[in-house]
Design a protein around this ligand. Structure first.
Ligand SMILES: Cc1cc2nc3c(=O)[nH]c(=O)nc-3n(C[C@H](O)[C@H](O)[C@H](O)COP(=O)(O)O)c2cc1C
Length: 311
């Protein structure tokens, strides 16, 4: 007789003090501020929404073309276009906080002061569950090298954000580094509550007939299924290096893709580029996870976190 457990599996996760009803989140910049997808997805069903990056002042972004499709992925150079933190609080957050889902605000800046300024502005705001700090931005005052490509600069930046807010701080690491573990340790030492990885990989595509880059910005961020093995590897390495909970992302399209990240050590996952191919991708990932757990007779998702048998 089939002895498999019939009750619905428990998908809830406590992520750095943020209660998630399930581990499926939206990756920043691929789901707008939630409202853009609300006709396709009941936002109440998501574990959380990580909003598009928010800066202290409005940013216009890069000139077009900003997007180029690549094999199993895409390159983007949107340039972090956004209306700024005040407009976000006035025009975007009130809509989003009506839903029973955790709202995590992705923040960025071009100097330490800008990052700390946005973090301060969001501190204590009702409806904001936590901050995800995109550290893959150039530090304009230090000659434009990305904060997230230098361990010391990452530590200094994340410490400044930590001091600016009581909210849970999740460091979103850049994959454009040689050894991710040093950056995971820097985030832990700066007092961060969690990690998010990976952001896009720096790439470039060229139109050989025009002899010009496909993107007006020349280079862009590579995302989608093409980057998934890199992302799973980095989550696995980071999870072994530090005890912080991790949001894993990079090319997730199905429930089984998401479970690779969970087994590698992520406590939650974010769906990004897949939303552009299928606006209901988040819900399909969720039902895929549920079906897998039911099939395997696993009662609690948390029992799978980090359980890859790597020998
Ligand atoms: C069009 C686009 C815009 C993005 N904007 C942001 C952003 O504002 N802040 C950020 O931290 N990451 C941003 N990302 C990175 C994603 O959140 C995610 O880390 C990355 O795309 C990998 O996941 P995916 O392969 O599922 O898309 C963006 C990605 C894309 C494709």
């Amino acid at each position: 007789m089939n002895q498999k457990i019939k009750t619905k599996p428990d998908l809830s996760v406590n992520f750095a003090g943020i209660k998630l009803k399930n581990p499926v989140l939206t990756a920043s910049g691929t789901f707008g501020y939630g409202e853009e997808y609300a006709e396709f997805v009941d936002l109440n069903r998501l574990g959380g929404v990580i909003v598009k990056g928010v800066s202290l002042l409005p940013i216009k972004g890069n000139p077009p073309p900003r997007i180029w499709e690549t094999p199993s992925g895409m390159l983007n150079a949107i340039g972090l276009e956004n209306p700024g933190v005040d407009a976000f609080l006035r025009d975007k957050l009130p809509y989003l906080r009506q839903f029973d889902t955790a709202v995590i605000v992705n923040i960025f800046g071009y100097s330490l002061e800008e990052y700390a300024g946005v973090a301060e502005r969001l501190d204590g705001v009702p409806g904001v569950a936590g901050l995800e700090v995109n550290i893959s931005c150039p530090n304009v005052k230090a000659g434009g090298i990305a904060f997230g490509s230098d361990v010391r600069a990452s530590h200094t930046l994340l410490s400044a954000v930590r001091r600016a807010t009581k909210l849970p701080v999740i460091a979103k690491l850049s994959p454009n580094v040689t050894d991710i573990t040093g950056f995971a340790e820097a985030a832990r030492d700066a007092g961060c509550d969690g990690l998010s990885l990976i952001n896009t990989l720096l790439g470039m595509a060229i139109d050989v007939r025009c002899r010009r880059p496909r993107l007006a910005n020349c280079t862009g961020g590579l995302s989608g299924p093409a980057i998934r093995p890199v992302a799973v590897r980095m989550v696995w390495q980071a999870a072994r290096a530090v005890k912080l909970p991790i949001i894993g992302m990079g090319g997730i399209v199905t429930g089984e893709d998401a479970l690779e990240f969970i087994l590698a050590g992520a406590s939650a996952v974010a769906v990004g580029t897949a939303n552009f191919m299928n606006p209901r991708a988040t819900l399909e990932v969720l039902s895929g996870i549920e079906a897998f757990l039911a099939e395997q007779g696993i009662v609690r998702l948390v029992d799978l976190i980090g359980k890859v048998d790597a020998g």
